[in-house]
Every structure is written in structure tokens, then in C-alpha cells.
Design a protein around this ligand. Structure first.
Ligand code: SF4
Ligand code: SF4
Length: 532
């Protein structure tokens, strides 16, 4: 395995990742961009830490910094990626054993949503932070003993990271003699370490919070601001005239994320972050082994959570790359004689585990053994160890041959090992009154269920067949449940053609902890069959 690790993103999290990797003996290629050097709203301690990361990264002999670098191409498999960057106008090729995406969050001002126009007295949160970070800015606010008002949580649901930034600025302002801070807020989002304390400290130092149901009315006349809102306690309107108004921002994913997702062939989740809401992807994993996402590249999170991501990433890199040698177990193989290079497996593999060496080849380090490719290959050229077609046929035959009680319908349930198999095992352990003729066949992923398995089970004597997959969005192989559903629909058509009632076949989705739902599904099928 190549031991160099590529880190994409030179902001707080990227620098922290590069330093942590280098300190653990991994050479690092750090692809940085000019605008990702700072962290908005960082506390003084965080700014010092960022500076320390910058110094450590710049001076570390194992960190190769590519300035102004963006990824343009990527190929390869875990332990052997080839990455091409455009750095300062030149194309640079680098080898890496793993890739860490550490792009940071961007901020989008929400002035429009409040009907406000930026001016010297109406500024965004980032602009206020920049003012407070500079001596001139502080002087500007402090000397004039200004009253600064913050607007938060009316144009969007707030979050603790934004709240933290507001609280930091409020602390700074009330710490300046003669200055006052008002915070107009919808919901106070303080569900993070230390935020409640920070909020109370701000109040103790004179900050005033107005918790409102709707945004206050704001007008500006010749630079004079008026903020008006209804107070339900005194049952009257209140009007205040702050010197400055600070408008909240939306924290958004880095613009590079979309192209990184495409080039690296990793899934993009909601709002442009590089992780889907899939329980199997936590905390730093992507759909591809060897490509990890940390910090703001995967979600809106603060610096301490981003640093926790860096620790998790380091563990995963050590697990994958170790000292450069890894023993892997082959999970699936391609019969080169049968392969016609149709590209089907390359397109359907959700883990990017297939590459080419004249014919399709499966990387044992990347393959997750889901079996989707094996069931999709039109030439039956792929076999999955432990679940070869021959073994599956024998298991189906064996399951159908288990003698059931007289008149007990035989039901074969193909259960994904990541969800329904666990639910079925729990249902048995909890002694649910399961059908006497039920046989459970474990499969690595519902995407491995071939239409032939279903037809075979019926031919071998099963009265009913159920395919049980993970819930939508929670398939470990992302699309295994979708492939299974398509094949079930195909099987329905075939059953109709040969005159077998459709209700002898069922598709269901479950989570591993849904033992009672498992029981309900199989019992329902049994009673349907009995009614015939
Ligand atoms: S799907 Fe089968 S035939 Fe097509 S490229 Fe892959 S292994 Fe070869
Ligand atoms: S078994 Fe799954 S992970 Fe492995 S190559 Fe096939 S589709 Fe990809």
C-alpha cells in the first residue's frame, strides 16, 4: 500500500488532518486553496491552534503542500490512487494510498431574506467577525461605544455552530467598555459543549436577548436603524435603535464538493455535503474504501467535532494502510474467460471496487462483498466467495427440503445480513410465534438476490418467498435495496406470466432492531398462503 495520504483542503480541518497524519509517520500531499486558510468565528484559542497547525504543516518535512490546487482526475483503488491536481496553473500527478477530503464550510449572507441591503451599519456575521479580529475594527466599535444587534434564526432554523459564532462576537462586544449587544433570536441553539455557559456569561456581562416568534421589523433612514417588535408581556411594540445590525448567514458546503464527488466517485448527500445520511457511513466513511471525509466536508460542525473526525480518520487510515502492507481477503472474482468488458459491473459497483486489466478486475481492498455486480453481470462472470451461485442453489434446495409441520406453508426469506437477518435472528431469540415452515437464508446484501433464486425457491417447493432489505437510504451498499426492488418487480411480471399469484412474493425493508416487524411480515405471508 502506498503510505502517502492526500489531504484535500487547507483550512482548519485539512491542516489538522495533515499534521496528525504526518506526526503518525504518513507522508502527506496537502492540496490547499487560498480561500480555505481561515476559520470563521473561531475563538481566540482556535485561532491560535489554526496558526499552530499552519506553522507545523509549513515546516514539516513530510508534508508536501500544493498551493492553489484543485483535483482534476482520480483513478485507482485503496492503497494505490493516482491523483492529478491543477496547482498554480500546472498539472501535478501524485500517488496516494488514501484520500482525505477536508473542505471547510462556506458562509452565504442572508441579507435578502430580511429585505436588508449591506451598508456600514448592516453587516454579515463574517464581516462583524472580521471587524472584531482587527485592531482597527475593534477600535471603530469600542471608541464609538456602539450598540450592536444580532439577528438570528428567523430566515432559517439556526444551529449550534452559528449560535457559537454569535455568542463569540457578543462576548467580544460586551467586553468592550460602554458597548452593548442585543440578540434577536428565534430559538437559542445551545446544544453543544460550553454554549449554555457562554450564553449565560454574555447575559451576565450585559448582553440582552429577545426571543421572538418572528423577525422584528427593520428600517434604516439616513444610516439610523430602527428595530421594532411586539412584546407580549407589556403588550406593546418596542423600538430600539442599534448602531449596527449583524445579519445571520447560512453555512453551506464548499463549492468544490460537487466536482470532488464526481471525480472521486463518492456519494453526495443533502445540501452538497459529501456524506449521505446512511448509518453505515458514520463517522468519516464514504461509499468508497480509502476515501474519507472529515469536518465541514461532510456536515455543518464545529471545530471540536472536526478534530474528532480527524482522530477517527487517523484510525481508519491506520486500519487500511497500516505500515504499508495489508493482507486482504478476496470476496469476489471475475472469470476472465467469461468477461466481455460490458462495463455493467463498473457502473453498478457502489464502492468503486472495479478496475481494468484487459478485463474487469475486482480490488479486494475496495470490495465490500455485496454481490450486486455478481447478480447484474450478464455473462455470470462474477462469483462471490461464500455466496457463489452453486452455493446459493444448494442453500435454497436445502431450505425448501426442510420438513415443515403438516399443512404448514413453506416460506423462504432472503435476508440481508446487515438488517433483516439480524431482525430475524432476534425474532427467533425472542421466541416470536414464527411460521413453522419459515427458513431464513442469509445474503450479504439484498442486491445479491438474483431473480433465479426467487424462481428456484418456488420450483423447489416454497409456497412463499420474501426478500428483506435495508430501509431506503440505509443500504450499506447504497443501492443494493434498489436493485433488489427492481428484480422483485421483474419477478412479479414473470410470475404473472406463469400463473403464480403475485402475493407469493414479497419485498420488505427492515432495520436490524425490527424483530417484531420481521415476525409480522412472515406471519402475514403465512396467513395469506393459508387463505388460498
Ligand atoms: S459485468 Fe461481467 S461481463 Fe461485464 S465487465 Fe463486468 S465482469 Fe465483465
Ligand atoms: S461485490 Fe459489491 S463491492 Fe465488490 S465489486 Fe461487486 S459490487 Fe463492488
Amino acid at each position: 500500500m502506498e503510505t502517502t495520504i492526500a489531504v484535500i483542503g487547507g483550512g482548519y480541518t485539512g491542516l489538522a488532518a495533515a499534521v496528525a497524519l504526518a506526526q503518525n509517520g504518513y507522508p502527506v500531499v496537502l492540496a490547499a486553496q487560498e480561500n480555505d486558510a481561515a476559520w470563521r468565528g473561531a475563538s481566540e484559542a482556535e485561532i491560535q491552534r489554526l496558526k499552530s497547525f499552519q506553522q507545523q504543516a509549513a515546516g514539516h518535512p513530510s508534508i508536501d503542500i500544493l498551493p492553489q490546487a484543485s483535483l482534476t482526475e482520480a483513478a485507482g483503488i485503496p492503497g494505490d490512487f493516482t491523483l492529478t491536481f491543477l496547482s498554480e496553473g500546472s498539472s501535478v500527478e501524485k500517488k496516494a494510498g488514501a484520500v482525505v477530503v477536508a473542505t471547510d464550510l462556506s458562509a452565504a449572507p442572508l441579507m435578502n431574506r430580511y429585505g436588508l441591503t449591506p451598508s456600514s451599519s448592516v453587516v454579515s456575521l463574517s464581516e462583524m467577525e472580521a471587524l472584531l479580529a482587527s485592531e482597527n475594527g475593534k477600535k471603530e466599535i469600542g471608541d464609538k461605544k456602539k450598540t450592536v444587534a444580532f439577528l438570528m434564526g428567523f430566515a432559517q432554523e439556526g444551529n449550534p455552530l452559528l449560535m457559537q459564532r454569535v455568542l463569540e462576537s457578543v462576548q467580544n462586544i460586551v467586553g468592550m467598555e460602554g458597548c452593548t449587544a442585543y440578540v434577536y433570536v428565534n430559538n437559542l441553539k445551545v446544544a453543544e459543549d460550553g454554549l449554555e455557559r457562554q450564553y449565560k456569561q454574555g447575559r451576565d456581562n450585559g448582553a440582552i436577548y429577545f426571543k421572538l416568534q418572528a423577525a422584528p421589523a427593520i428600517s434604516e433612514n439616513n444610516g439610523e436603524l430602527r428595530v421594532t417588535f411586539y412584546d407580549p408581556v407589556i403588550r406593546n411594540d418596542i423600538e430600539l435603535s442599534p448602531d449596527m445590525l449583524v445579519v445571520e448567514e447560512n453555512l453551506i458546503a464548499d463549492q468544490q464538493n460537487a466536482s470532488l464527488a464526481e471525480i472521486l466517485r463518492i456519494d453526495m448527500g443533502p445540501a452538497g455535503f459529501l456524506q449521505k445520511e446512511n448509518v453505515h457511513r458514520l463517522p468519516v466513511n464514504t461509499n468508497r474504501e480509502g476515501i474519507f471525509v472529515v469536518g465541514g466536508s461532510r456536515d455543518v460542525q464545529n471545530t471540536s467535532k472536526s478534530l474528532a473526525d480527524v482522530d477517527n480518520m487517523l484510525l481508519r487510515v491506520k486500519q487500511l494502510i497500516g505500515g504499508g502492507t495489508k493482507t486482504v481477503t478476496t470476496k469476489a472474482v471475475v472469470d476472465r474467460e467469461k468477461c466481455t468488458i460490458c462495463l455493467t459491473c463498473y457502473r453498478c459497483c457502489p464502492h468503486g471496487a472495479i478496475y481494468w486489466d484487459d478485463k474487469a478486475v475486482i480490488s479486494p481492498a475496495a470490495c465490500q462483498g455485496c454481490g450486486i455486480c455478481a447478480s447484474e453481470c450478464p455473462m455470470d462472470a462474477i462469483q462471490l466467495y461464500d455466496f457463489t451461485d452453486g452455493e446459493m442453489t444448494a442453500r435454497i434446495k436445502e431450505a425448501a427440503a426442510v420438513p415443515a409441520k403438516p399443512n404448514a406453508p413453506k416460506i423462504i426469506a432472503f435476508c440481508c445480513q446487515n438488517s433483516a437477518f439480524e431482525a430475524g435472528t432476534a425474532a427467533q431469540l425472542f421466541r416470536y410465534d414464527l411460521p413453522a415452515g419459515l427458513q431464513i437464508i442469509k445474503i450479504p446484501c439484498a442486491g445479491k438476490v438474483d431473480i433465479n433464486y426467487i424462481l428456484n425457491a418456488l420450483v423447489e417447493g416454497a409456497d412463499g418467498v420474501i426478500v428483506m432489505a435495508c430501509h431506503t437510504g440505509n443500504c450499506k451498499s447504497e443501492s443494493g435495496n434498489t436493485y433488489a426492488k427492481w428484480r422483485i418487480n421483474d419477478a412479479y411480471r414473470k410470475l404473472e406470466q406463469i400463473g403464480i399469484p403475485k402475493d407469493r412474493l414479497e419485498f420488505a425493508t427492515l432495520a436490524a432492531n425490527m424483530a417484531s416487524d420481521f415476525a409480522r411480515i412472515v406471519i402475514d405471508m403465512e396467513s395469506r398462503i393459508r387463505q388460498k
